[in-house]
Design a protein around this ligand. Structure first.
Ligand code: 7RM
Length: 635
């Protein structure tokens, strides 16, 4: 397509109309002109949301790393692919050109092969934000192995569950990681996890903090010596468009985490095309997304999307507060960052510290600002616009999910007029719908409902690893013939969308999705606990914080409540990770329940949010008397 790059608002509408009138033709033109295929497709799209089955570019063959690396070598080999900015500002920046990236990915791919990893095998990656993380993803893709990145803030148990679910053969980790002034013993966590992971044959260990760790003979190998010996050439494995590229776990409202499966061709086309348009990346720009590669945002918009465009992508190891709250802006100035993409929780945390931290730095390189992960409140939006963008850089509020693979609802900078708190309009090819409680689509404007998508897009997840039935139930059963997002949204008078938040039991805390069920399971394992319910309540910085209602077993003994609170949070930390710790724990005499035994979270949510003027209908409660008691003792 001639206009790979949307340049103005009328052009957006023109292209949008084309993209929904004839989606196959629209995506075929983009796929054809902007990517390297070893063989073209027989069929652009095959789909059936009732099965559900979705196939894009069926019959096509490619390797995504040829698109992300090799094809840039002829023209741009000496251009920076990755700029690595370490946790400690005193440590030097590492610049990795496309030529160097090619060599390092190939060497890593050869190491994987030497350890017996083959096409289709699953490799778990549990690494901090160091270059080896990006390189290991690409090395897997080079040889057709399926990577499963687990965010390196998850606990040993959470890591083990994910390794077991997809029968990974290998885990890639590091001795430890830096996080601000602290270090974390990653290898120790992996060792604990591997005690219950019999499918793991080998563990590659990158050296980062030079800590003293134990290496298990025959299983654990230092990465660097293996890389040093490996060849810098590695022929790419030729993949089918619909071969899995990676698995990434996301929390659901119930049960264990869901291993979302993304495939190769469609994911590549969609992430590359959205990257180019949503960030208006131009040759020579330096782009920075502050997410961790452990989340989908990092997969799509630190690694694959930018590299498929031959862009320079910045990887930051640290945190916004170290050595002080000016760190982000120091990095922006140092590398003259042109596009900056972060989360509302980070914006709120920085806003709280005041503008002094920004004023020291030159932010004039910034052309586009992005936000993702949760709804952005009006105050944070304006702070970002006024102080970071100086009212000159459009803010792209990008709504999307692990499941969608790429950005779905977003402004196109310099084309779409922005509106605070609104993600605005669907990206090209995306057909949203708002649904009412009875399963009917709500037409017209100034309405709100449950957000669905009516037609497939190239980067949608194809299944849940090992459980297609659950994929169908979770996403394709609430509304007939539609993908259900789990989010609520409203559409304003001109058709702009504002995402209002989850309508299920997923709570987004500091941009991390947490399901209530696994947290409750962890608490309920405490010997003193009878039952528990978790809800979210508004928090200035985190967006939501967690409030736990806990009923204790009646053993006749008196207990030290503060001590119990510590123990409960300790159990959560062990089973899930510190991100799931509760901010408040209230001990209750009972939990409000319906006659069918379901906990009425709606009431608990209102109490935790101190919004008890209208508790709604409590007449169906089995035990209405506990409500007053809970309200009287609210924290
Ligand atoms: C990319 C990512 C997905 C959930 C999603 C929403 C929420 C994400 C926005 C947002 C309002 C946004 N993937 N969400 N972006 N809500 N405005 N711009 O975050 O799988 O980790 O989370 O995040 O509830 O369903 S995710």
């Amino acid at each position: 397509m001639s206009n790979y790059h949307i340049k103005n608002f009328p052009e957006y509408f023109h292209e949008y109309r084309k993209s929904v009138r004839n989606p196959e033709l629209f995506w075929e033109e983009i796929a054809e002109e902007h990517f390297l295929w070893r063989k073209k497709w027989d069929n652009v799209l095959n789909w059936d949301f009732t099965k559900p089955e979705v196939k894009w570019f069926e019959g096509a063959q490619l390797n995504i790393t040829e698109n992300c690396i090799d094809r840039h070598l002829y023209t741009n080999g000496n251009k920076n692919a990755i700029i690595f900015e370490p946790n400690n500002p005193e440590e030097p920046t590492e610049y990795i050109t496309y030529n160097q990236l090619s060599e390092r990915v190939n060497q890593f791919a050869n190491v994987l092969k030497s350890k017996g990893i083959k096409k289709g095998d699953r490799v778990c990656i549990y690494l901090p934000m160091i270059p080896e993380l990006a390189i290991s993803l690409l090395a897997c893709a080079r040889i057709g192995a399926i990577h499963s990145v687990v965010f390196a803030g998850f606990s040993a148990q959470a890591l083990a569950t994910r390794i077991q679910d997809s029968d990974c053969k290998m885990v890639i980790t590091s001795d430890g990681s830096y996080r601000g002034a602290k270090t974390i013993d990653l290898k120790g966590i992996v060792d604990d996890a591997l005690e219950s992971c019999p499918t793991i044959e080998s563990c590659l260990v990158a050296k980062r903090i030079n800590s003293n760790i134990s290496m298990k003979e025959g299983r654990d190998f230092w990465l660097q010596p293996l890389l040093d010996e490996a060849s810098k050439d590695c022929e790419p494995e030729i993949m089918d468009s619909e071969d899995p590229l990676f698995i990434l776990y996301t929390s659901g409202s119930t049960g264990k985490p869901k291993g979302m499966v993304h495939t190769t061709g469609g994911y590549m086309v969609y992430t590359a095309f959205t990257f180019k348009n949503v960030f208006q990346y131009r040759e020579g720009d330096v782009y920075w997304c502050t997410a961790d590669i452990g989340w989908i945002t990092g997969h799509s918009y630190i690694v694959y999307g930018p590299l498929a465009n031959g862009a320079t992508t910045l990887m930051f190891e640290g945190v916004p507060s170290y050595p002080d709250f000016g760190r982000f802006w120091e990095v922006v100035e140092k590398h003259k960052v042109n596009q900056f993409y972060t989360a509302p929780t980070a914006i709120r945390a920085l806003a709280k510290e005041g503008v002094e931290h920004l004023e020291k730095y030159d932010l004039s390189s910034i052309k586009v600002l992005g936000t993702v992960g949760e709804p952005i409140n009006e105050e944070a939006w304006h702070w970002y616009d006024d102080n970071v963008g100086k009212k000159k850089a459009p803010i792209v509020d990008t709504w999307w999910q692990t499941e969608t693979g790429g950005i779905m609802i977003t402004p196109i900078p310099f084309s779409t007029p922005t509106k605070p708190t609104y993600a605005t309009l669907p990206f090209l090819g995306i057909q949203p719908a708002l649904m009412d409680e009875n399963g009917k689509e709500i037409k017209g404007n100034q309405v709100d409902g449950r957000l669905c998508i009516k037609f497939p897009w190239p980067s949608m997840a194809r299944t849940i690893w090992g459980n297609h039935q659950r994929y169908k139930e979770t996403y394709f059963s609430a509304f007939e013939n539609k993908y259900f997002t789990g989010d609520g949204a409203l559409r304003d008078e001109v058709g702009y969308y504002r995402i209002t938040g989850r309508v299920d039991d997923v709570i987004i805390v500091s941009g991390h999705n947490l399901g209530t069920a696994p947290i409750e399971d962890a608490i309920n394992e405490h010997p003193a606990v009878a039952e528990s319910a978790i809800v979210g309540f508004p928090h200035d910085i985190k967006g939501n914080a967690l409030y736990g209602y806990v009923t204790l077993k009646d053993t006749g003994e008196s207990r030290d409540q503060d001590n119990l609170r510590k123990e409960i949070n300790q159990m959560i930390t062990e089973q899930i990770g510190p991100i799931a710790k509760l901010d408040k724990i209230q001990f209750t005499s009972g939990l409000p329940k319906t006659r069918s035994g379901k906990i009425m979270r709606r009431i608990l949510r209102k109490i935790a949010s101190r919004d008890t003027s209208n508790l709604g209908d409590t007449s169906t409660l089995l035990n209405p008397e506990v409500v007053q008691d809970i309200m009287d003792n609210v924290l």
